[in-house]
Design a protein around this ligand. Structure first.
Ligand SMILES: [Zn+2]
Length: 288
């Protein structure tokens, strides 16, 4: 009799341990991640299978929720002065409202649309046009995903009117602040270029004009880096100018000191292009 009870007790303990482990694994954005819910008043259906589809206009996050998520995960927001934080929140809300978020997982967390949109707001914070109107769909994958034609494994890309991002790698980009790698900023840099050079609408003329200087300067640095004289950029950035541009943006925000010390001309022209200066904020001449 005693042995039977012992076996039952042991079984209960094992089940509790297994359940605890599974719960930990399923949370992508750490322990306090708030699950997304459709705005039922808007008459949307609750999706129980993957992918989840959220229309930004129905995602009614309060300022308090957005602020909490940003304070916890988004160092850029924490550095901003209070009036700039208000501007950031206002832009973020508008950005989210114009997008459709497709999440390729059975669970969506509120951090997903908030933080991925925040990386776009970070990049364009000094610019007048920040909605990236051409890209109305943002797809979020839990981790690396397979893209077709040609078939390859990606952690992010921009295709048609869609921005695709792997959530695990996206979070790592903001967690490791000084590794100069950030897939969110990388893909937003591609999207910003595409928005201004490949579409006919919502073009920022100042950005376009200034970008010519970036291209000329970039060409010189690109050749220098190809000879591996400094090695600031990865091999992937040497693939073509687009990748060089996207990686320059990662360096600009993640490791501005290093970019500025090796290539001050490029750092300064990126400041002029984006109307912000991560090294000297808030003591700089740009009105962000
Ligand atoms: Zn790229």
């Amino acid at each position: 009799m005693e042995i039977t009870w012992l076996i039952i007790l042991l079984g209960v303990v094992i089940i509790m341990i297994i359940r605890g482990k599974t719960r930990k694994k399923s949370s992508y954005a750490e322990e306090n991640a708030g699950e997304l819910h459709f705005n039922k008043e808007a008459g949307e259906n609750i999706h129980l299978s993957s992918p989840l589809v959220y229309y930004g206009e129905n995602l009614d996050f309060t300022d308090d929720v957005i602020r909490k998520v940003l304070i916890k995960y988004f160092p850029y927001f924490n550095r901003l002065l209070p009036p700039d934080q208000d501007k950031f929140l206002s832009r973020l809300r508008k950005f989210i409202k114009t997008k459709i978020f497709i999440i390729h997982d059975v669970k969506g967390y509120r951090e997903m649309p908030i933080l991925i949109s925040a990386s776009s707001i970070q990049l364009t914070f000094g610019l007048d046009k920040y909605l990236m109107a051409h890209f109305n769909i943002i797809q979020i994958y839990p981790q690396e995903f397979i893209a077709l034609e040609p078939m390859r494994i990606l952690i992010g890309n921009v295709s048609g009117n869609t921005i695709n991002i792997a959530w695990k790698q996206f979070l790592e980009g903001y967690k490791n602040r000084f590794d100069s790698s950030n897939v969110g900023l990388h893909e937003m840099a591609h999207a910003l270029y595409y928005q201004n050079f490949e579409t006919d609408e919502y073009i920022d003329k100042n950005f376009k004009n200034c970008f010519q200087v970036v291209t000329a300067l970039g060409d010189r640095i690109y050749s220098k880096e190809k000879e591996r004289s400094i090695g600031l950029y990865s091999d992937y950035a040497m693939k073509n100018f687009q990748e060089f541009w996207a990686e320059s943006i990662e360096l600009f925000f993640e490791n501005p000191q290093r970019l500025n010390s090796h290539y001050p001309e490029l750092y300064n022209i990126l400041c002029d292009l984006l109307c912000q200066d991560p090294l000297r904020y808030p003591y700089h001449n740009y009105s962000v």
